[in-house]
Design a protein around this ligand. Structure first.
Ligand code: URA
Length: 242
């Protein structure tokens, strides 16, 4: 059993702030009855929950959408100051929640879903899903930088990162593979080695590659891609490669 507001938040129905208003507005039904109590307990495995008549959560078709996020927008449902990634989503996908975040100036692979479990799995440090990034930065990465990443970078504020993979690609370019998602992590890791980042693009997440999806565009994942995304044993993969 789960609280209704928690269920809705995990299903990405609205931002947490707006959730109470949505519930109190009477637009929600649980097993056919209008429900206005955020703390109502529901059986998330069997309950049929609808918002404006549309099934949400488990009963609904699971959707995962990949976006090639452009720079210049924030990963948020709404923002008072900056454009959001939602503005690049076709209207039929605007109820989905972003899985994790990319910084305002970072481009690349960003996923959206209505499946709270999948989102949790991809974000949770417990599963250590690997994400890889192409970075352009000052200087040229060398063997000492590779060793520092492998040992776990210590950021300028003293934060210790998990072991990560740095692959130098020649002058001012590197590939970075991490399995956690601290604030501005890749930028801060490279900055801790004296190599501030000027351009960053996420190119893969778990089994998924950004490929040649044009910048600013989205596409729905196939059922097979979604199954692969859920079923890779991420920890094992990471440790084998290290
Ligand atoms: N690391 C960063 O520095 N920024 C991102 O957006 C993602 C990872």
């Amino acid at each position: 059993m789960q609280r209704l507001d928690r269920f809705l938040s995990e299903a990405g129905v609205e931002s947490r702030r707006k959730l109470k208003d949505v519930i109190r507005s009477g637009r929600l039904t649980v097993n056919g009855a209008v429900c206005t109590a955020p703390d109502q307990k529901i059986d998330e495995k069997t309950a049929v929950i609808k918002l404006d008549g549309q099934v949400i959560g488990r009963g609904a078709k699971r959707i995962v959408v990949m976006m090639h996020k452009p720079a210049g927008c924030v990963t948020a449902a709404t923002d008072d100051r900056y454009p959001t990634v939602m503005e690049h989503l076709p209207p039929e996908y605007r109820r989905l929640m972003p899985i994790g975040r990319l910084d305002m100036e970072t481009e690349g692979l960003l996923l959206f879903t209505n499946d709270g479990d999948l989102a949790h799995r991809l974000i949770s440090p417990k599963h250590g899903v690997e994400k890889s990034y192409y970075a352009e930065h000052a200087g040229t990465a060398d063997a000492d930088d590779v060793a520092a990443f492998a040992a776990g970078c210590v950021l300028k504020d003293g934060t210790k990162c998990l072991p990560a993979v740095l692959e130098p690609l020649g002058e001012g370019k590197s590939l970075v593979r991490v399995r956690e998602g601290k604030y501005h992590q890749v930028r801060r890791m490279l900055a801790s080695r004296g190599k501030p980042v000027s351009y960053l693009r996420r190119i893969s997440e778990g089994s998924l590659e950004l490929g040649d999806l044009p910048i600013g565009m989205t596409r729905e994942l196939t059922d097979l891609e979604i199954e692969q995304l859920e079923s890779v044993d991420f920890d094992e993969k990471f440790f084998k490669e290290n």
